[in-house]
Design a protein around this ligand. Structure first.
Ligand code: CMP
Length: 139
């Protein structure tokens, strides 16, 4: 089925001017960018977005990293988009990511792993709604 998923190009990637190379991975693998904005997250936005990880030891580091520079927030659309994007990104830890994936090619570490992507239909819907109004998404 045609799905939508939520993506973040993280500060470690915008800092190295990799935005276009990452979007090319989405587009050349069948996903379409149907919403996009480049912003500096506020602390409230970053903490709220990652609230599920609040008790994890890396939460502080994760939030600081997300505040360290601009991010590109996007909605990606396509056949099986949620799983497809997870394939395109590769494993969370770049050491475990497969060849050709965004994280294998560009990520620096588990923390500075260049992209976020929704992990399931429920979280995709929730994450899209967290950052985008309906009228900002143009399919
Ligand atoms: P993301 O898909 O954005 O979702 C949660 C993020 O937490 C994850 O990508 C990683 O960047 C980060 N993360 C997960 N595990 C660790 C860890 N052990 N140390 C630092 N950051 C982590």
């Amino acid at each position: 089925a045609i799905e939508r998923t939520f993506s973040i190009i993280k500060p470690d990637a915008t800092e190295r001017n990799l935005t276009g190379k990452i979007i090319d991975k989405f587009e050349s693998n069948g996903l379409r960018v149907v919403a996009s904005k480049r912003v500096k997250l506020t602390r409230d936005q970053a903490e709220g977005f990652y609230a599920v990880h609040k008790e994890r030891p890396f939460f502080g580091e994760l939030v600081e990293m997300m505040l360290s520079g601009p991010v590109v927030l996007q909605v990606l659309e396509g056949e099986n988009a949620i799983a497809k994007n997870r394939e395109i990104m590769g494993a969370t830890n770049p050491a475990n990511a497969e060849a050709g994936t965004i994280r294998k090619e560009f990520a620096k570490s588990m923390g500075e792993n260049s992209v976020h992507g929704s992990d399931a239909p429920e979280t995709a819907a929730q994450e899209i709604k967290y950052f985008f109004k309906d009228e900002e998404i143009v399919g």
